[in-house]
Design a binder for this molecule. Sequence first.
Ligand code: GLU
Length: 255
Amino acid sequence: MRLVIKIGTSTLAHSSGRLNIRLVEELCKVISDLKNAGNEVIIVSSGAIGMGVSRLCLPSRPEDMPTKQAAAAVGQCELMYTYDKLFSEYNHTVAQILITGDDVKDKDRYAHFKNTIFRLLELGALPVINENDTVSTEEIAVGDNDTLAAIVSKSIRADLLVLLSDIDGLYSADPRKDKNAKLIPEVTAIDEDIIKIAGGSSTSLGTGGMATKIKAASICMENGIDMIIANGATPEVLYAVCEGKCVGTKFIGKR
Ligand code: GLU
């Protein structure tokens, strides 16, 4: 199975912004095991800005572009250092790919991007992709990593995209506010109701929320790729996902 796993800032870091060591260690162990079992895995990882914020001791996520880009420059190093260190323990080699919206819009650059990923997969490496936040501005950015992960999944014809988040999946209402909210196990079409339910929720350190996840789902579904939103708090959930068990919310790709 060719699997794209998107890891959100809220999964990687504590609310303080500092690395959630136990969780990231567990996640790298499970992903290594999935690769050992013969799956091809591509990671789309957020966390650069969040980690830079904590490393630079900034009071909160910056609003201005230079500070955001500075935080990303610092945080991306910590992110890759962490992945490199942990995946090396299990004999896996990581490869950093940083892209912007322009790289997927330009035909030639897009082709190079795809060729590089395919070659990395042939070589057995583990691509870790993020937006190139240090140079991307609003006009040229993909903007959020849920969408980026969907674009990546489409370009490499993934079998499945898993968005690991701090929530179990898509609920009928915001479960943080409504105790009657119910998890929706399967979505076969993105209609008005789903868009309304998704609203505009987001976390303080990342940029995504349900709305960007639904946008990612529509890109995947349109291209015949299944997508799952699952809670990254228990990385073992990825085993269940690969075994085809019912986890989180599954969006069924067009057949
Ligand atoms: N590229 C951003 C980062 O690494 C995250 C964007 C997102 O989470 O959607 O901080």
